[in-house]
Design a protein around this ligand. Structure first.
Ligand code: AMP
Ligand code: MG
Length: 560
């Protein structure tokens, strides 16, 4: 272990994951199936010419990396994988998962290598993980690299989500590697070289549902138990598991129930901001309820529950916007199945097969209850979120019908969800009853992608009047002033989100050598709920027509 003083960035590595959990005994970097281990030690592959092109000042500060350190060559070298100091303990995680509903067996970090875990300035533990830093034992046929376009998307979206208040892994840095990476962007036989890049992701834990699925799939309940107990003691210390000895089942149940809750809450956030993950495989769901693995994600522009950004998923649309809560639920069922073997009765001797089965069912009932609670948690959270974003002080029994009607009206003509919700606060509620349809819908008319017919305008106006009545009664009953309510609405309905074409414009510039578009977007997205009038004309606008069918804007693939 190196003298911590010598860490060139002033970081203090703690490395509890690799210190405590079973390691793959093989250290050669060859593709293989790894058994009985949570990770494989592997070094990042050095790149040709590391160059920092963007970083998050907030994440650097969280980690205690000073601006002077960020400016050093060592910073770019460390976060490109070219400088590994003796206090780091680099590794790739071993996990499995269901991809598009099918069990895929071992997956693992094929192109992510954690440098180790550090103690952050606020006392929290944070793992620093490089994405795109070369092959690992889990790379299967692929190269372990990432291209600039997908790295820009991951970097920007991680930070945008954080500033929106959505739980997420963070991004410290975006570095160019100086290496070219070959990609077939649409799997259509047209491969091309693209600039390679590395993002340093930061999170208290990168464990996924799939991390817990692989062991039971191989009948390795011992390693499963080791990982579950370690996770509960380390990342869920508030559950009060004993320091030694087995973690009792009721604490395991509490742990799982917490994952159900945080996952439900995450889905409410995604639905609110219009985020579509695109690849909600079980290896891409975090046990901390964080948004993780930014790939072919997209942001809803026209409100359409059927929309998916992922061309790989275009046929079945499993991961479409409106299906995300149902998929999260399905994924939780898989996680419950994975940990169920821990609930097997200690002593089944003397029981018939039927009795043993019945005893087991009894044992796992709390897991079933926790899974079932997902729907209630999500529904309640979603209804409360909707009430808040529409400016109500609480939820009324008939609100659900009003929300459902809004969903219908928003789909009569293509309507931008973000602009609609933001502009709603500008509608003159006091004058709504008297106003003509045209005057009433004027405030939100910017959100329409096409001119609605008079009838469609009328339907929107009818909904707005109903909503206005509800708001006026609510303001009166709760003693809320109009400007207070407007401020409340603007604090939950973002004005600026990372629209797909905005990211693509920054990518186009960056690929041409001008990286300022990335920093500019980061700047705007730092304050998504603020008015920021200087940015309004460019970034508080509907998707331009050119972006409707453009690759990277409406069509994304897993090739990244
Ligand atoms: P994803 O669904 O994109 O999160 O990735 C699924 C699996 O493929 C994970 O095990 C990744 O680590 C792996 N993977 C994706 N891209 C690459 C790559 N370029 N090289 C190696 N492994 C990759
Ligand atoms: Mg993944």
């Amino acid at each position: 272990m190196a003298d911590l003083e010598t860490n060139p960035l002033g970081l203090t590595f703690t490395n509890r994951f690799t210190r405590d959990l079973p390691a793959d005994p093989i250290v050669e970097n060859t593709r293989r199936q790894v058994h009985g281990a949570c990770f494989s030690r592997v070094e990042p592959t050095p790149t040709a010419a590391p160059r920092l092109i963007a970083h998050s000042a907030e994440v650097a500060e969280l980690l205690g990396i000073s601006p002077e350190h960020v400016a050093t060559e060592a910073f770019a070298a460390v976060f490109n994988g070219n400088l590994v100091t003796a206090d780091m303990d680099p590794y790739a995680m071993c996990y499995g998962g269901h991809q598009f509903g099918n069990w895929a067996g071992q997956l693992g970090d094929g192109r992510a290598i954690a440098l180790g875990e550090v103690r952050a300035a606020d006392g929290s533990f944070q793992t620093l993980q490089l994405k795109g830093s070369g092959p690992t034992p889990y790379s299967r046929g692929a190269d372990g690299r990432a291209v600039l376009r997908s790295s820009i998307r991951e970097f920007l979206c991680s930070e945008a989500m954080f500033h929106l208040g959505v739980p997420t892994t963070r991004a410290l840095s975006l570095t160019l590697s100086g290496d070219d990476v070959m990609r077939d962007m649409f799997y259509d036989g047209r491969s091309a070289f693209e600039p390679g890049a590395v993002v340093c992701r930061v999170a208290p834990s990168f464990l996924r549902f799939g991390s817990f699925q692989l062991f039971p799939a191989r009948d390795d309940v011992d390693t499963l138990r080791t990982l579950v107990e370690w996770t509960i003691r380390t990342d869920f210390a508030h559950l009060g598991a004993p320091d030694d000895g087995p973690v009792p089942n009721d604490i395991i149940t509490k742990w799982f129930a917490e994952i159900c809750r945080t996952t439900a809450d995450l889905m409410v956030h995604w639905m609110r901001v219009g985020f579509v993950h695109g690849v909600m495989n079980t290896d891409n769901l975090s046990i901390l309820g964080l948004t993780i693995d930014y790939g072919p994600y997209g942001w809803l522009e026209g409100f359409d529950p059927e929309w998916t950004p992922n061309t790989t998923d275009a046929g079945r649309r499993r991961y479409r916007y409106g299906n995300q809560p149902a998929v999260a639920h399905w994924n939780l069922v898989q996680l419950a199945n994975a940990i169920a073997p821990l609930y097997a009765p200690d002593d089944a001797s003397g029981l018939s097969d039927e009795e043993a089965e019945a005893a087991f069912r009894e044992q796992v009932r709390p897991l079933q209850d926790a899974v079932d609670s997902f729907a209630t948690r999500f529904d309640t959270g979603w209804n409360e979120m909707m009430a808040e974003r529409l400016g109500f002080s609480g939820l009324r029994a008939d609100d659900n019908e009003l929300f459902g009607e809004l969903g219908r009206v928003l789909q009569l003509v293509e309507t931008d969800m973000t602009i609609f919700h933001r502009r709603l606060a500008d509608v003159d509620v006091a004058g709504a009853t008297q106003a003509t349809d045209d005057a009433l819908v004027a405030a939100i008319a910017d959100a329409w992608y096409v001119e609605p017919t008079d009838e469609q305008r009328g339907e929107m106006a009818t909904w707005l009047r109903r909503w206005a009545d509800r708001v006026i009664a609510d303001d009166r009953a709760s003693g809320t002033a109009a400007d207070e309510r407007i401020a409340q609405m603007n604090a939950i309905n973002p004005k600026y989100v990372l629209r797909n074409w905005m990211a693509q414009l920054a990518i186009d510039r960056s690929e041409a050598g001008d990286h300022d578009g990335i920093t500019e977007l980061l700047e705007v997205l730092r304050l998504p709920y603020d008015e920021q009038p200087d940015y309004e004309d460019r970034f508080f606008v509907k998707r331009p027509e050119w972006a409707r069918e453009r690759a990277g804007c409406s069509m994304l693939s897993c090739s990244s």
